[in-house]
Design a protein around this ligand. Sequence first.
Ligand code: SAM
Ligand code: SF4
Ligand code: SF4
Length: 348
Amino acid sequence: MDTPASAAALPTDTRGRALHDLRISVTDRCNFRCVYCMPKSVFGAEWRFLDRKDLLSFEEIERVARAFVRCGVRKLRLTGGEPLVRRQLETLVERLARIDGVEDLSLTTNAALLTPARAEALKSAGLHRINVSLDSLRDEVFKRINDVQFPVAKVLAGIDAAAAAGLGPVKVNMVVKRGLNGDEVADVAEHFRGTGHIVRFIEFMDVGNTNGWRLDDVMGAREIAEAIGARFPIAPVQPNYRGEVAKRWRYVDGAGEVGIISSVTRPFCGGCTRARLSAEGKVYTCLFASAGTDFRAILREGISDEALTQRVAALWGRRDDRYSEIRTFETDKLASLGPKVEMSYIGG
Ligand code: SAM
Ligand code: SF4
Ligand code: SF4
C-alpha cells in the first residue's frame, strides 16, 4: 500500500530529478563538538536545543517517511546531531524497516555510543548499514576535531562492532580539511585497505554559517585521489547508479575501494535526488537551503496520509535547488541565496 502504483505517478522536480533518498535527523543534540560542525563557541552552555515536545515523535517520522516512500523514496538514512543519543532509536528503526519499498535503511553516527550490544540491537530492529564518521587516526588531531577528548580507539571499536553485528560493509566518512587532517589521507586509506570497510573522503563544505569555511581549506577530490594513488595505485569504478554522490575508486591490487565526495570541486546537483527532514519536522530540499517547509504543524493538525503525500509531491515538484553548482560556477549569485541551515540541524 505504500508503494506507488506506477513510476509515471512519481514526482520529479523542475530540473527533472526524481525523489529517491530521505535523510531523517532524529535530534539536534550531539555528544561531540566537532570544530567544523558544532563549534563550542556557538554550541556552548548557552545554546538552546530543541525541547522534546518540539521533536517529531517516532509515529510522526514514520508517517512522513511513508509519504516520501509513496513519492519514490527508496533509501532512508538516520542522522542528527548524533542519532544514537535519541532514546529508543531502535523502535524507530523497527517502524521504518517495516515500510514496503524501502530498499536501504542506514544510519550515520560518530560511533561514540556504538557498543556491540547497541549494534546488535540496531541490526535486529532491521537496520541495514552503518556509516561512521572518523576524521583522523591520530588521537591528538581527532580530539582537537571532536573537542570533547574522545579517543580514536573507541570509534574503531564501534566500527568493528557494526561489522560484527552484520551492519557492514561499514562506510567510514572522513571530512578532509587542509591544514587539519589533509596530510592523513593516505594513512587512513592504508588503515582500512583490505578490511572490507569503505573509506569515503569528503571535501570540507561550507554548510551552515558557523564553521568558518574558506575555499583555501578545501582539499579537492583530485588532490585526495593523488595522495592515495601515490601510495597505492587506484583506478576509477563505474557508479552504481545515477546520482551516486561518491566517486568510486578501487585499489588495483584488489584490496577494496574508496569513495571521494567532491561536493565543492565537482558538484553533483544534476543528479541530486535527496530530501532532508529535520528533527523538528521541517523538510529541506537542499543541504544548503535557508528555509524548510514545516510538516510538523500539518501533522499535528491531523492531515490525512493522502494529503500528506500530495504535500510531498507538490514540494518536490517546485524544487529547483542547485546550491553547489552556483557556489562553484556562479559565485556572484551566492549572496542572494541567504543564510543556510546548520548541518547539525539537518544532518548532512
Ligand atoms: N553525528 C553524526 C556523525 O558525525 O556521523 C551524524 C551527523 S553529521 C552532521 C553527518 C556527517 O556530516 C558527518 O560525517 C560529518 O563529518 C559531516 N560534516 C559535518 N560538517 C561538515 C562539513 N562542513 N563539510 C563536510 N562534511 C561535514
Ligand atoms: Fe556531532 Fe556529527 Fe556534527 Fe561531529 S559531525 S558535531 S559528531 S553532528
Ligand atoms: Fe543536492 Fe543541494 Fe547538494 Fe546540490 S547543493 S547536491 S541540490 S543538496
